[in-house]
Ligand binder design. Sequence first.
Ligand SMILES: Nc1ncnc2c1ncn2[C@@H]1O[C@H](COP(=O)(O)OP(=O)(O)OP(=O)(O)O)[C@@H](O)[C@H]1O
Ligand SMILES: [Mg+2]
Length: 485
Amino acid sequence: MKTQGKECPHIAALDADPAVLEYIRRILADRFRVTTFTSALELNRSLSDSPTPDLLLMDWHVTEDDAEENALGLLAKTRALKSSLPIVMLACSAELKEVVAATRMGAADVILKPFNKTDIDLAVEQCLKTSGKPKSDDEVTEIPLDENTFFVRSSKRMREIESQCTLVARADIPVLILGESGTGKEVAALLIHKMSARSQRGFLKVNCAAMPADLLESELFGYEQGAFTGAVKSKPGKFEICNNGTILLDEIGELPPALQAKLLQVLQDGSFSRLGSRTSVKVDVRVIAATNIDIKAAIAKKTFREDLFYRLNGFTVRMPPLRDRTEEIPVLSQHFMRKVAAKYECDPLPISPALMQALTLYSWPGNLRELENTIKRYLVLGNEQAIMDELSPLKSTEFAALHSEQPNGRANLKKLVRNLKGNAEAVAIAQSLEDKGWNRKAAANDLQISYKALLYKIKQYNLTPPRKRPDWIEPASSFDQAQGV
Ligand SMILES: Nc1ncnc2c1ncn2[C@@H]1O[C@H](COP(=O)(O)OP(=O)(O)OP(=O)(O)O)[C@@H](O)[C@H]1O
Ligand SMILES: [Mg+2]
């Protein structure tokens, strides 16, 4: 064991290879106290006998004298011994299983070998920043991504998404982001880019559904002079412009078949040729793809290549619809109000409890984009009642009554109870209908009311079926999903 340095954060590193440890020590020793171990036995002894370090960098592959231990076993043991110690795994490849397993066992991060100074610096800084102050699930996180875009979250589901994005950012593998329209796929892609070692380089988005195949090909891959009528001089495509950066291929499900083959080539070896050129260009671009279509169905229909899907699907991030994270609606509403007010250079409007309740009860088929637009409309119109009328499954007057107060300042108890009952009834009916896939007979059975009564109540509360949810949006364990669809 070698120790070096002054009194500053203490970082321990375990790796069988002394050269790797020496490299880590050289990177960190000017800012941290670094302790290195070449065997797990040595590390365990030190963890039992000495003060806990602030961070542990731990190689995936353990030495021979630890043959009975595999990396996961060692990780589990170390976590059990020192539960608050953040552990960053050093893994040899981008093998997803390892990354997933390690994070499931509580690793704070994973760095892929061979790593460089930036990889280590980024991981260490990030872990030390967040260690010691574990984030609760509902704690609000607001990460600025660019001038107008923030990643805001305040739920367990989105905390998982944030962790996945942070993790996969470092792995530098293709990422597929799935989710309904407006759930924040582009925001997630930007978050991955910002957290990655490519953050100082470009981030470009190309909408694969926005133009015809020819145009899209020249947009993505560029063209040589004379490649087609009007190509008066050669032009690089987005892949070349974005070299060393990240490209987001939005609506990837719409990519025409010929371009699917060309993209597959880029993902395989980073090479392609411009339109009208015989020589190939090589680039290093991280590809993030996003779609709101059911990609499995597209593969079954043979409109999307299965081999391309597996290439793109290095890791899958599934954005939950807003109706599955309604606890975030207050935070997001306030965020959008501040954002929109700043854009229009006006004061934000207050969101009353009645309006907030209407916002929270609405089903948001258009997800965060629809919420943002609703807040924008409210700011422009300044008419809370109009917005509540648009949203409410109950009559807006009932919402108002719910919050109306008597002259003596006390709530009207009878009205309050009546409205709360109606409110709870509407929510229960909506939930049952959703559970039963809007099969009204099954829902009536479930609710133990007559079919006729159910139809009446659907009308009374103005309940409407949400847009069909593709079957890939199953709320399953996020990291299980990462293993492929
Ligand atoms: N976590 C978030 N925090 C703050 N704003 C968000 C978040 N997610 C999405 N938004 C905002 O919601 C709007 C929609 O997000 P985004 O464009 O990323 O969705 P999308 O899933 O790509 O939508 P589409 O499928 O229509 O392309 C944007 O204005 C974005 O800034
Ligand atoms: Mg998008």
